[in-house]
Design a protein around this ligand. Structure first.
Ligand code: X90
Length: 276
């Protein structure tokens, strides 16, 4: 059996009727914990953590979660979020070794997307498309490595509090964001880390920056995926802006999952797109 496996930051459970296995990350404080398995109450988590005075943390999927997702597979494609910010990829590689010892005939390929969210989603969608189109396992793997050179991630966040407290961005950057309605527009760097592009005050400027970045990156009307943290209006405005230039753009908008909601925080949007 062929299996398509992602971590929960990828926010994908199925594609064109094909089931996708998801290994959950976790968000926790000293008092509560949330497992990002599709059943968690994201709205409640955002409220709870907003009022919470102590620290909060996240944890990548453990090897057991990956092994459970691999179970029964003999051709297994794994899409893992950026190794530049998370242990997710490493943990998947450990699980791969264990799985192959028990199933030496199986094939397991783990992709480090050096990204997350909607860009990882584009990758798993492409894996499924290629696999269903009759490519061999090795062909899918080499085409995916090429495909990942032609996708990008952009995001606009109104707060970097949770990224800062977990050491995922420079502290100096954190303090300026959120004050006076200032958002940060950023991208995933080539090393899979947060690379700031601009600060902008007000939604109109945020949209302008995002549209400029997307077109500057070489987006030409292909696939574009937007996940948002309780901010569908902003996602729709960005999509409308894109459709102004590319009426037939393949765009999907959806609420962010638990892990991305925690880090992107209320109001944030994350965009993955294909580039030429
Ligand atoms: O605990 C863990 O291993 C998870 C750590 C995840 C850290 C970053 C998650 C970011 C989620 C926010 C915007 C996208 C930033 C991506 C830059 C590569 C979404």
């Amino acid at each position: 059996m062929t299996k398509y496996v992602v971590d929960s930051s990828c926010e994908a459970v199925s594609y064109r009727g094909q089931r996708i296995e998801s290994a959950p990350l976790m968000i926790y404080t000293d008092e509560v914990s949330y497992i990002d398995d599709g059943s968690m109450d994201i709205h409640n988590m955002l409220d709870t953590l907003e009022d919470y005075k102590g620290r909060s943390y996240t944890a990548c999927p453990g090897t057991e979660s990956w092994l459970k997702a691999f179970e029964g597979g003999d051709l297994i494609y794994v899409v893992a979020m950026t190794s530049g910010l998370s242990g997710t990829y490493n943990s998947a590689m450990v699980a791969k070794d264990i799985y192959l010892q028990e199933h030496p005939e199986a094939r397991v390929e783990v992709f480090d997307t050096l990204s997350t969210g909607p860009e990882s989603k584009l990758v798993v969608e492409k894996i499924i498309e290629l696999d269903k189109s009759g490519c061999t396992f090795d062909e899918v793997c080499s085409k995916i490595r090429e495909y990942m050179k032609h996708t990008r991630l952009f995001f606009a966040l109104g707060s970097l509090h949770n990224m800062g407290q977990n050491g995922r961005v420079n502290k100096v950057l954190v303090s300026a964001i959120g004050l006076l309605g200032i958002s940060i527009i950023a991208t995933a760097s080539e090393e899979g880390k947060v690379k700031p592009i601009a600060k902008a005050r007000g939604e109109r400027k945020v949209i302008k920056h995002i549209l400029e970045e997307i077109s500057g990156a070489g987006y030409k009307g292909g696939k574009l995926r937007i996940s948002h943290v309780e901010n569908e209006p902003l996602a729709i405005k960005v999509a409308d802006g894109i459709r102004g230039n590319y009426a037939d753009a393949d765009i999907e908008i959806y609420p962010a999952g638990g892990l991305c909601s925690y880090y992107a925080e209320r109001g944030g949007i994350i965009i993955g797109c294909e580039t030429e």
